[in-house]
Design a protein around this ligand. Sequence first.
Ligand SMILES: Cc1ncc(COP(=O)(O)O)c(C=O)c1O
Length: 391
Amino acid sequence: MNENVTQGVNLDMLRQRAYNLRWATLPADVIPFTAADPDYPGPVPIAEALARYASDRYWSYAPAEGILPFRESMARFYNEQRNVPAHTDRVIATDSAAYGIYVVCKAMLNKGDEAIIFDPVDFLFGYSIAQMGATAVRYATPQTTAEMTFDGLEELITAKTKLICLCNPLNPTGKVFSRQELTVLGEIAVKHDLTILSDEIWSDIIFAPYSFTSIASLDEAIRKRTVIVTGFSKTYGLAGLRIGALTSFTDEMHRRLMDASLHNATIHGANTAGQIAAVAALDECKDWVTGILRHLTEMRNLCTVGLNITKGVICQPPEGCYVAFADITATGRSSTDIAELLMKEARVAVVPGKEEWFGPGAEGYIRLSFATNREILAEGLYRIKQTLDSL
Ligand SMILES: Cc1ncc(COP(=O)(O)O)c(C=O)c1O
């Protein structure tokens, strides 16, 4: 499996199909470590399931919540692999995790409301909150995987605060939240009557010895106010199929999410092919996940070692996510300057720690995705080292 992953990267395909700041959008000599989207091809059982489904030649409207096999597989996954008592009737298939985040914000926020997000964190949370005319209140978190006590969080909560957004594991820092940390956060949400949006799209990508805990597994009071957002872009490389899921734990929350989604009106809805692919991912790809985790652990080690022997760069190994968040403050340059320099001199694309990507707390850092093979990663790291060592 490891070898297949390593040997499977097809640059011709990536140059045709991989958009969002990646191969298809860049000159041929540039190596992109940008959007967190794997370079290796996806699992074979997913391709086979899609081929079988396509051969029937029926593409009818599906149920607004998603097809039953999708909702059943998701619920089974949460019960069996996440210790979360999810119910088939409270799973909604969405056309991506990104849309899932948007739907939760739409369901819970009115104009003038406030929602707490971490800083740094992926831009999608702040973006969706702003779409509702609400304000994202940023809670400064470590740029590293350091333990969090949530001191000062309650001071940010006002009468207008309705939602708290948890990203676990945390993109971009790679932090995996411990049971203890989640308990503190969950109790704050209960005390202040806040809904918890728990984005768990990265929850398969956890490096030993760390392990994933869903905040919805803690207790009933916390679970009832939680909506889990997930997707299939990270573990299975299905970003182009735009498939994700929302899972909630009360009928009232489920109704609100359905209303906000516009699925009943057929204005939005997850396409059936994406759902078929997701069922195959959940039911038939356990070996695949084990294989990529072994590979990604090697890539994580290579990436952090390569960055740490580069002048002016410090990089803590992430506990989860296949991104490295590297401190470049010792170069004396801004993250934008370093990203531009790496593009120009090293011909490597990275994501600068700009406010628009991760919030103001990301300045002084760059993010690199290492979901590629050893050869590409080693070449990119070598080029980065050559460029920064000569500063
Ligand atoms: C934390 C987080 N949530 C959501 C997404 C978006 O996933 P999707 O492709 O399913 O919209 C990403 C992608 O980078 C992510 O990192």
